[in-house]
Design a protein. Sequence first.
Length: 155
Amino acid sequence: MKKPIFLKFAVMFAVAGFIVACAGNSQQPVSEPVPTTATPQGEPASDSKVAEAPKDTSKQGRSAEMIMAVVKVNTPNRLKPMYNNFLRTKPGFGGKITVKFKILPDGNVETGEIVGTTMNFPEFEKAVLDDILQWKFDAGDYSNCTVTIPFTFSE
């Protein structure tokens, strides 16, 4: 009998292990981890960067809570099933993918790139990036927001 695949996603966040809002007049950074299906592991990635300063300071930045709400939904509902599907093709693979992406005021993700990876599986890395480019955040009077988030995938 085949054992079920147990998946641990670790979403590690920059700056003391947590994602920080996209600057401006937004709320304070998250001081505790937001409960998700992800399991934070170890120290934050030293190469992680968060939020570039907005050029228009009259608009507010997105709070960490707002960003995490979308990550919290999409990690188990989209990335986890994708990882499980790729495990059938390449059993046992895992590692970290660090993705940098830009959220527009309308909530769409405009651009994204893989800024670091230990996966050595380009097809999966591209699938993760392509999926994140489809994520939708709340629209509002926000400045553009660029975030970098490392995702760790393991069985």
